[in-house]
Design a protein around this ligand. Structure first.
Ligand code: CDT
Length: 313
């Protein structure tokens, strides 16, 4: 059997701080139309795709921070994207900063949505693994203040039925954690969509800098193979406000192989024709979880209050 989903990894080049939402949405619309003309069912945009990566700055004024957030989705600025996607009959995945009223208070999340070909929001995810720090660290060349500006996502790692298959979302740093893929893998995920903003330079560990692209591919290729799923990873790339960010947006098959990749650090589309049924070849054999996974033998100690912490090594 074949269940083909043609996907466009819609990489963005840098977004300047001064760039307005309408200017950014115009870029997204161009990529969306290019994706449609290449036969895509779905275009995947990066993390925080509507603004510059603002956690690189320390802001004290809440109104300055909140200017980067969307209060509704669609928002007035993103409505043209929804309208055009519906008109073209193409879906999309979009990362954005979400401000909402929930549990009687204002909350802020680093979020992503999956929109189907009819323009309906088919799924939403809020980033769980927030990297960086919460306090100003002036010794850094640039900040990474996700822990200051966002709350930890409270939706788990759900999967969604869309595009004739089972889809999951995660965001940037989530891709480095095996749990991300495994939690979705245990729910039968067939395609994981994710966007990222990854600086080449990691101030606390500069010795990793020359491995940034290697680690990017490594985590997505292993996550795909070990869970028998497609993975589509899409960058906001290039030199944004003086900070170099990696590109290397890729589409990974359930075999772990790369089937499409971007080659620039600018706005670029990489297209792959993905057969969701290829997942079965892995999910029904090597990674048949029901037959071969042995969680009861992993010696897993569930964290509990009062448990003795492991010795420091
Ligand atoms: N946006 C985001 O999550 N970026 C982080 C940078 C951490 S530094 C290694 C990432 O994991 O790519």
């Amino acid at each position: 059997m074949t269940r083909i989903v043609t996907v466009g990894a819609a990489q963005l080049g840098p977004i300047a701080r001064a760039e307005t939402r309408p200017q950014v949405v115009k870029r997204l619309l161009e990529l969306l139309r290019a994706a449609k003309s290449h036969g895509c069912d779905l275009a995947v945009f990066p993390e925080l795709a509507l603004t510059t990566f603002f956690p690189r700055w320390y802001f004290e004024r809440q109104d300055e921070i909140d200017a980067f957030f969307e209060r509704a989705m669609p928002s007035a600025a993103t409505q043209p994207l929804f309208d055009e996607a519906k008109r073209l009959g193409i879906g999309f995945c979009l990362g954005y900063a979400e401000l909402c009223e929930e549990d009687g208070r204002t909350r802020r999340f680093n979020s992503a949505i999956l929109v189907d070909q009819a323009g309906r929001i088919a799924g939403k995810y809020r980033k769980v693994h927030l990297p960086g720090h919460a306090g100003h660290e002036p010794w850094r060349r640039f900040q990474h203040l996700e822990k200051r500006y966002f709350e930890t996502g409270n939706l788990g790692f759900p999967v969604f039925r869309a595009f004739g298959g089972i889809f999951g979302l995660c965001i940037c740093n989530d891709r480095r954690w095996p749990e991300t893929y495994r939690v979705m893998g245990l729910q039968g995920v067939e395609m994981v969509l994710l966007g990222y903003n990854t600086p080449v330079h990691n101030p606390p560990a500069p010795e990793h800098d020359n491995l940034a692209n290697f680690h990017n591919a490594l985590v997505m290729q292993s996550g795909a193979y070990q869970n028998g799923t497609w993975v589509v990873g899409v960058a906001k790339a290039g030199c944004e406000e003086g900070v170099e960010q990696i590109g290397n947006s890729i589409v990974v098959a359930p075999s772990g192989e790369l089937v499409a990749a971007c080659s620039t650090l600018g706005d670029e589309l990489a297209v792959a024709r993905c057969d969701l049924d290829l997942c079965n070849s892995y999910k029904n054999t090597v990674f048949n979880f029901a037959r071969h996974r042995e969680p009861q033998h992993y010696g897993l100690i569930v964290e509990r209050k009062g448990a003795v912490p492991p010795p420091e090594v």
